[in-house]
Design a protein around this ligand. Structure first.
Ligand code: SLL
Length: 171
C-alpha cells in the first residue's frame, strides 16, 4: 500500500434534489394525505456532459461504494443506504429539512467517508425583494413546475494509494 505523496486528485460531483407538487389524485392514493410533494435527492457525477445519458447515473460507482442519506426523523425509516447507483432516494412529504449525505469510497481507496449536507427544497425560488409570498399556494407552485436545487462540489483525495490512483485515472 503505497501512498503517492504530493498528488491530489479531484472528482466533481453534484448533489441536491428535484421536487414536484402532488396532484390531488396522487394525494388521495397515498396513505399519508398530508404529503404535498414528491421529491428525489441524489448524488451524481458532474463529470459527464449529460448525467442522464453519458455514463449517466452510474459513473460514480467506480470509486463510490455507498451513499447514505439521513432524512428527517419524521420518516419512519430515516436512514437510506444505497450500495449501487443510482445513488438517490425518492419520497413524498410536506416539509423541507436538512439531509445528511454520507459518501463512502471503495475499500481500495483507504479513504474516510465524506459528509455533505443538502437543504431539501420543495418550494419555488422567489426573487429577493419581490412581493410574492415566500411559499406560494400549492396550485400556483404546481403551475411553476418542478423545483431544482443542486450543488456542485469536488471530492478531493490527497496522497492517494497507488492502487486507488490507478482506479481513478483508468476511468
Ligand atoms: C418543518 N423542520 O417543520 C421541518 C420538518 C419534516 C418533513 C419537516 C414527512 C414525514 C412523514 C415530512 O415531510 N417531514 O410523514 O413521513 O418544516
Amino acid at each position: 500500500r503505497v501512498r503517492q505523496r504530493g498528488i491530489t486528485i479531484h472528482r466533481p460531483i453534484i448533489y441536491g434534489n428535484t421536487a414536484v407538487v402532488l396532484t390531488q389524485k396522487e394525494r388521495e392514493t397515498l396513505p399519508t394525505p398530508d404529503h404535498t410533494h414528491r421529491w428525489t435527492v441524489a448524488v451524481r457525477s458532474a463529470a459527464s456532459a449529460d448525467s442522464e445519458t453519458v455514463g449517466g447515473k452510474d459513473d460514480l460507482s467506480y470509486f463510490v461504494k455507498r451513499v447514505t442519506f439521513k432524512l428527517h426523523d419524521t420518516y419512519t425509516v430515516p436512514t437510506r443506504t444505497l450500495d449501487k447507483p443510482p445513488f438517490e432516494v425518492t419520497e413524498t412529504g410536506w416539509g423541507e429539512f436538512e439531509i445528511q449525505i454520507r459518501i463512502n469510497f471503495v475499500p481500495e481507496s483507504g479513504e474516510k467517508a465524506v459528509v455533505v449536507y443538502h437543504h431539501l427544497k420543495l418550494h419555488p425560488w422567489t426573487a429577493v425583494g419581490s412581493n410574492e409570498p415566500e411559499i406560494p399556494p400549492l396550485e400556483q407552485a404546481m403551475k411553476m413546475g418542478p423545483v431544482h436545487s443542486w450543488q456542485y462540489d469536488e471530492i478531493v483525495f490527497h496522497d492517494p494509494f497507488q492502487s486507488f490512483l490507478n482506479i481513478l485515472t483508468a476511468h
